[in-house]
Design a protein around this ligand. Structure first.
Ligand SMILES: Nc1ncnc2c1ncn2[C@@H]1O[C@H](CSCC[C@H]([NH3+])C(=O)O)[C@@H](O)[C@H]1O
Length: 340
């Protein structure tokens, strides 16, 4: 097991303390679409200023900051993209995730971190967001978040389809299923599968559009509601909870596992996908930080490990429990079966 690095110097602390300035430099560059502008060419600060309509001093300061971070490279008197910026931050590139960073991370996650101190000390004001339910009671917030999440979950959904065998399943229940990205990927991989997605009404509205775009409205439907309060569909032969455990109070997690067991038909699969840290709590860094991020807007969240989830599944009666890496360094899958 790798042990997390223990820092020695003030500079290493400064790197962490001022890290937010680097995040914001990246988001601001995306905001003016700088990486698309620099794609496959080298531009001087004057040319960048003209094309992005930024003032010359501000364009120069931003380009300098991005160069110091390695996102942009200086070439003579001009600047061009680093290989990573060219591959992942230019509009229209196959693996471009600029919009996810620009919308979900810059517009929603970054501001949420300003309430982390209050969330940690349990002193959030009544008008601050302290659950997905209050956050998504605003349709615009639900839409902004859910659209970005959709793009980020289609790939992992395809990965999940290969890690589990749902060929015998006819009905999936996707609890906290968001826009149905996982349901879409699983239904495409398993032609005999249908899915019911349980999520808040404002999320369901966004998801219905994506599902219609895929022509899957006959196989994927919504049961809009709160999974912790409202009734669930009676039975399913597969249950998925992807990123649900990080979004509910920690005390609700054991009940969700028991409820999955109750609604599953014998032989049915239960899949939990989420940010999970190592048992020794050394990391991984991004899993640990994403759990902290969730605490900012869901102060009762619990920092979970795969053994914790596996233990709950075993206690509920699941067998054949297995743990797999989904997004390396970030998320894990724990899955098991209800005995025949
Ligand atoms: N109590 C709840 N009831 C229903 N949905 C919830 C609840 N709490 C959080 N969620 C949803 O959980 C989702 C987390 S984002 C993950 C969406 C999807 N499972 C995916 O992996 O792409 C959001 O869509 C929330 O609205």
């Amino acid at each position: 097991m790798p042990v997390a690095r223990s820092l020695e110097t003030a500079e290493e602390i400064s790197d962490i303390a001022f890290g937010f300035m680097g995040s914001k430099a990246l988001f601001s560059a995306l905001h003016v679409d700088l990486f698309s502008l620099l794609s496959e060419k080298t531009l001087t600060p004057q040319q960048v200023a003209e094309e992005s309509e930024l003032d010359l001093d501000r364009a120069t300061t931003l380009l300098t900051a991005l160069t110091s971070l390695g996102l942009v490279r200086r070439e003579g008197a001009g600047f061009t993209n680093s290989p990573a910026a060219e591959a992942f931050l230019v509009k229209g590139r196959k693996y471009d995730f600029g919009d996810y960073l620009r919308f979900q991370i810059d517009k929603q996650m970054y501001p949420f971190m300003t309430q982390l101190n209050d969330a940690l000390t349990d002193s959030l004001e009544d008008d601050q967001v302290a659950s997905y339910e209050t956050w998504f009671s605003d349709p615009e917030e639900a839409r902004l978040y859910s659209r970005s999440q959709h793009a980020g979950s289609l790939g992992p959904g395809r990965g999940l389809a290969k890690l589990v065998d749902l060929s015998a399943a006819k009905q999936l229940l996707d609890v906290g299923g968001g826009t149905g990205a996982f349901s879409i990927s699983l239904c495409k991989a398993y032609p005999g599968l249908r899915s019911t997605v349980l999520d808040f009404p404002n999320v369901a509205k966004v998801g219905e559009e994506f599902i219609a775009e895929e022509g899957l409205q006959d196989r994927i439907r919504y049961a809009p509601g709160n999974a912790l309060k409202d009734t669930w569909p009676d039975s399913a032969d597969a249950v998925l909870m992807s990123y649900l455990f990080s979004g509910v109070p920690g005390t609700a997690i054991p009940g969700l596992v028991r409820k999955a067991f109750e609604v599953l038909t014998p032989g049915g699969d239960f899949m939990v996908h989420d940010f999970m840290v190592d048992e020794n709590r050394d990391g991984p860094k991004l899993a640990a930080l994403w759990q902290l991020q969730h605490t900012a807007f869901n102060p009762e969240a619990r920092s979970i490990t795969s053994s914790y989830v596996a233990g709950l599944m075993e206690a509920a009666g699941f067998t054949d429990i297995a743990v797999e890496v989904m997004i390396p360094g970030m998320t894990m899958l724990v899955h098991g079966r209800k005995p025949e």
